[in-house]
Design a protein around this ligand. Structure first.
Ligand code: CA
Length: 224
């Protein structure tokens, strides 16, 4: 499987290239949008990892050109923290997924594998669904059984992680690094508190409880 990384920051680019090579992929790294677009068209990679802020031609323009030339290979978009507009724009332009910088390599690899598993024609919708719980990633909306659930940004991030990896027990340390961007400190109960609040919004009043605590391990979201 061939992956093209378009990233101008040498440290990030090298780190991604090395990690993905070690994971068994064939990897090309291009440090600007114009050459990246050319390489994406010529090389026909299975996946493009595309940074937004690039010299010359930015990530949105690269993506737009690719799609306008009928290139439908999946694109995983790297965007700066909290730039919701970027995310919406990227998804509207036809990106398959996005990661907010800084991200862990493990998370990137998991996304890459998911996208590649889905295949070229399995264009994912921009919604996640587990049982009757639905998340609209584009509009940042959540509903259960058709009833709107209002979440804070952190709660949304937490629920998104749980839904993307539903059925998988997620340790608190992983949740801490992915959602709070912090190292897990056992003295803090910030995650427990957030999960409790999220559970109250998602599960209270419903017979089927989707969010479960796995004692000593973490949390899992699954339809029983
Ligand atoms: Ca950049």
């Amino acid at each position: 499987m061939k992956i093209l990384i378009i990233e101008d920051e040498p440290k990030t680019g090298d780190y991604l290239r090395q990690g993905l090579r070690e994971a068994g992929f064939t990897v090309d790294l291009v440090p600007n949008g114009v050459d990246g677009l050319h390489q994406a068209i010529e090389g026909d990679p299975d996946l493009v990892v595309l940074d937004v802020m690039l010299p010359g031609m930015n990530g949105w323009q690269v993506l737009q050109h690719l799609r306008s030339q009928g290139r439908q290979m999946p694109v995983l978009f790297l965007t700066a923290r909290d730039q919701v507009e970027d995310r919406v724009k990227g998804l509207e332009l036809g990106a398959d997924d996005y990661l907010v910088k800084p991200f862990s390599f493990a998370e990137l690899l998991a996304r890459v594998r998911t996208i590649l598993r889905r295949g070229r024609n399995g264009a994912e919708s921009t919604t996640l669904q587990v049982a009757d719980l639905e998340m609209d990633l584009l509009r940042r909306r959540v509903s259960r059984g058709g009833h709107r659930i209002d979440l804070t940004a952190k709660e949304f991030g937490l629920l998104e992680l749980l839904m993307r990896r539903h059925g998988e027990v997620l340790p608190r340390s992983l949740i801490a690094s992915q959602v709070w961007d912090m190292n897990f400190d056992s003295d803090t109960n910030v995650i427990e508190v957030a999960v409790r609040r999220l559970r109250a919004k998602v599960d209270d009043g419903y017979e089927v409880k989707l969010i479960q605590t796995v004692r000593g391990m973490g949390y899992v979201l699954e339809a029983p």
